[in-house]
Design a protein around this ligand. Structure first.
Ligand SMILES: Cc1cc2nc3c(=O)[nH]c(=O)nc-3n(C[C@H](O)[C@H](O)[C@H](O)COP(=O)(O)OP(=O)(O)OC[C@H]3O[C@@H](n4cnc5c(N)ncnc54)[C@H](O)[C@@H]3O)c2cc1C
Length: 477
């Protein structure tokens, strides 16, 4: 691979030349983006359509949208979202939908009856929820406490305090933080929505739990911040519209095999795993919009500093899917809590890996399954875990053991979100991790976005992209 000098790159990039043969093509671009989920797809649109830069977007799947999972019932044509549920109204989020002529509406709510069950035994847990007014009062109190810290970590960590100035509460184990402020009554709202993504959030460091459920979610609960979905009820509509817009500038079913990165630009070797086509992409900037795990980073010739910084992240693995066995009772939600959580130990939570919940979402007895795994749980392991829990629930009499039921789970759809909720140890935070992380931006012509550099909410990630765009664009005229 040969890296072209900047002067040559700038000439060819603006022309976006393509020389292609059937099995090999060479592309010259201003910016190459890897990952076509929330952060990568948004950045691609802004860079190409609004700033006039030539781009290539490399996406390993055959659609854009990442964690958005929209299933459409083939008979009724009704869509069911089993990944992303709704978009928080932040920044210019509504404007972004408007530009693709996507009308907005409210997320549909399916009323369910919840059974609290210890999935390890199948036994019912006598779990007494606080009165709803108490839950909401605790949520309002939670919001008042955490809101002042929001801009330290969102949309990115650029304003994260130096170690000596980090608010002490942010580094407490979350269980301690909640007890210290008397916020236990808010946990039955925080954990089941997004808090569970961290695994046992009570044991995690407060600042990372606030990244999963912080001020924006609390504002949404108390009615101070709106959420919306496409009026069609199909969240994938946004990313399909982006895909149509970006057209041939997206390389689907493709991953990077090797890279060279320097101050002068980047050179990526990309393979389409359906066709076998190899693309050589020379670009003046690289934007990485994928989780910076060791596996994902393997082709990117990380230097020692990048490797040691990014290598400090740990993750949980998330999986979601739809099942429709007749044994599940329509209108029920089966929610996993340890037996010792009874009657009101809201901070007693399961440790990963676990099936978090199985919820009726409508249609032909469709149930959404949420699995939170430790670092080693892969997609097969996640399916096996849910199968085991299904057998336990059946044996314990928690389901209706339909006569036409199968002992095997019927997966209607399944999605491996994989590693997310990147976090580091308290020691690393105190050692200035986030200053080191943000200092990676722009080094070796490489920029970074996505959950690990920002937070795991779609529209906040778009706000983070807005923050880094000026740096990416600098010198690209
Ligand atoms: C079950 C679930 C529900 C959620 N609900 C909501 C919600 O209601 N509202 C909300 O705002 N957020 C929600 N989120 C979080 C939100 O979807 C994520 O924070 C967001 O998608 C992260 O964006 P991203 O760009 O970092 O990664 P992703 O959206 O995951 O995008 C990464 C993309 O890169 C691709 N990719 C990965 N590796 C490679 C590679 N090596 N080469 C090429 N391509 C690659 C992937 O296929 C994917 O398309 C939810 C997440 C989950 C898991």
């Amino acid at each position: 691979m040969i890296l072209l000098p900047t002067s040559i790159l700038s000439l060819v990039a603006s022309a976006s030349l393509v020389s292609a043969s059937s099995r090999h093509e060479t592309l010259y671009k201003d910016v190459v983006i890897v990952g076509g989920g929330a952060s990568g797809a948004y950045a691609a649109v802004r860079l190409r359509d609004d700033y006039g830069k030539s781009i290539a977007l490399i996406e390993k799947q055959d659609i854009l949208g990442g964690m958005v999972d929209s299933y459409v019932d083939p008979d009724t044509k009704i869509p069911y979202d089993f990944g992303v549920k709704s978009f928080i109204d932040a920044g210019n989020a509504k404007g972004f939908f408007d530009r693709f002529n996507i009308p907005l509406g409210n997320a549909s709510v399916v009323t369910v009856t919840t059974d609290y069950i210890d999935f390890t035994t199948g036994q019912v847990v006598q779990y007494d929820l606080p009165p709803f007014e108490d839950q909401m009062a605790a949520m309002a109190k939670f919001l008042a406490i955490v809101e002042p810290w929001e801009t330290l970590m969102q949309p990115g960590y650029d304003h994260f305090p130096l170690p000596s100035a980090i608010p002490a509460d942010l580094l407490l184990p979350y269980g301690e933080f909640i007890t210290k402020h008397g916020l236990e009554a808010a946990i039955p709202l925080i954990y089941p929505t997004t808090g569970l993504g961290l695994g046992n959030m009570a044991r995690e460091t407060t600042m990372f739990v606030l990244q999963a459920f912080g001020a924006s979610m609390a504002r949404a609960f108390v009615g101070k911040q709106a959420q919306f979905v496409p009026a069609s009820g199909r969240n994938q509509d946004l990313y399909d519209a982006i895909a149509a817009d970006l057209a041939d500038d997206v390389l689907y079913s493709s991953t990077v095999l090797a890279s060279r990165r320097s101050k002068a630009g980047v050179s990526l070797t990309v393979r389409n795993h359906r066709t076998g086509q190899i693309s050589q992409i020379h670009a003046r900037r690289l934007l990485l919009a994928i989780e910076p795990t060791a596996d994902n980073m393997a082709p990117f010739d990380l230097d020692r500093n990048e490797r040691s910084t990014l290598g400090k992240f740990t993750y949980t693995n998330e999986y979601t899917g739809l099942v429709n066995n007749p044994d599940f009772v329509s209108g029920m939600s089966y929610f996993n809590v340890p037996a010792s959580a009874a009657p009101d130990n809201y901070l007693v939570l399961p440790d990963p890996s676990f099936t978090a919940r199985i919820d009726y979402i409508g249609g032909d007895n469709l149930f959404r399954v949420t699995v939170v795994g430790d670092e080693s749980l892969d997609a097969n392991g996640a399916k096996k875990l849910v199968q085991k829990d299904f057998a336990t629930l059946l044996k314990a009499g928690r389901l209706q053991a339909a006569t036409n039921g199968s002992r095997a789970l019927n997966w209607v759809d399944f999605s491996a979100h994989g590693p997310m909720h990147a976090r580091v140890s308290v020691k690393d935070v105190r050692d200035g991790f986030f200053q080191k992380l943000t200092a990676l931006q722009g080094g070796r012509s490489t920029w970074w976005t996505g959950g690990a550099f920002s937070v795991n909410f779609q529209t906040t990630l778009w706000e983070y992209d807005e923050l880094i765009l000026p740096g990416i664009l600098k010198g690209l005229d």
